[in-house]
Design a protein around this ligand. Structure first.
Ligand code: PRT
Ligand code: MG
Length: 228
């Protein structure tokens, strides 16, 4: 086996799964509080396994929606994922010790400007809903007693009502700029979203001496920020 592959496969430290972009950026201060500094920036590096200043801690960079899967199967010991992603994944076998209060946004129902959402709901008409968040959407509309046809998309949901694919979308909104730029308006708030630390339960038992200090470091950083 090549030395690099062997080192990767026989790694005995802990592995934290993260996605690039906002989650990585907002996790950096938490990592710093736990005494961990990545040796490379995933935005500029093509590497998917990133070392840190600590020989016993490494990061893997995966798609946001794949983070729970890596942790569930123990390919990563810990991960950071949005509540939206965890809700769609189901969270099976994952311990969620901390709300990190990062990458905050709201899950909303949005429509084309001028679309009579309240009227359509009142009439009891079926509504076509395009979204990546099918579990959340199903749960939300079932709770309201509204019948829907769900159309699963993987991104750019904002386009769907503009070209007649759907009547409404369920999407995440942070500044509201994307909705506005596409002539959409939010008509209903479904839930507040933030990112959670997730931990593989078997790994927590086997590697508690390495994992618990990371949980504690993150926890005190979140607490301090909340008090500031
Ligand atoms: O991009 P990719 O398809 O790989 O996956 P992803 O979109 O799930 O990942 P990423 O990195 O974009 O988001 C990671 C996590 O950040 C999500 O799972 C959320 O928990 C959280 N988050 C916080 C957001 C937003 N804010 C957000 N604004 N995720 C996505 N958005 C998108 C939203 O879908 C919409 O298209 O940004 C757009 C709206 O932003 P505003 O500021 O214009 O309102
Ligand atoms: Mg994205």
């Amino acid at each position: 086996m090549q030395p690099l592959i062997q080192a990767i496969m026989t790694y005995t430290g802990i592995t934290l799964a993260l996605s690039k972009g906002r989650i990585f950026e907002e996790t950096l201060p938490l990592l710093a509080a736990a005494g961990i500094t990545p040796t490379e920036n995933p935005e500029s590096s093509r590497k998917l396994i990133i070392g840190t200043n600590r020989a016993d801690v490494r990061l893997i960079i995966v798609r946001a929606s794949d983070v729970p899967t890596y942790v569930q199967y123990g390919a990563a010991d810990l991960g950071i994922a949005g509540k939206d992603v965890l809700n769609e994944h189901g969270g099976n076998g994952l311990y969620q010790p901390l709300d990190l209060q990062i990458a905050c946004c709201r899950m909303m129902v949005a429509v084309r400007e001028g679309y009579d959402y309240a009227g359509t709901v009142k009439q009891g008409a079926r509504i076509r809903v395009a979204t990546k968040y099918v579990n959340a959407a199903r749960e939300h509309f079932a709770g309201k007693g509204v019948h829907i046809d769900l159309i699963k998309l993987y991104g750019s949901m904002e386009l769907a009502p503009l070209v007649g694919l759907s009547d409404v979308i369920v999407d995440l909104v942070s500044t509201g700029g994307t909705l506005k730029a596409n002539g959409l308006v939010a008509v209903e708030h479904i839930s507040d979203i933030s990112s959670r630390l997730i931990v593989n339960q078997a790994a927590l038992k086997l590697k508690r001496s390495l994992i618990q200090p990371v949980i504690d470091g993150f926890s005190s950083a979140v607490g301090t920020r909340g008090a500031a």
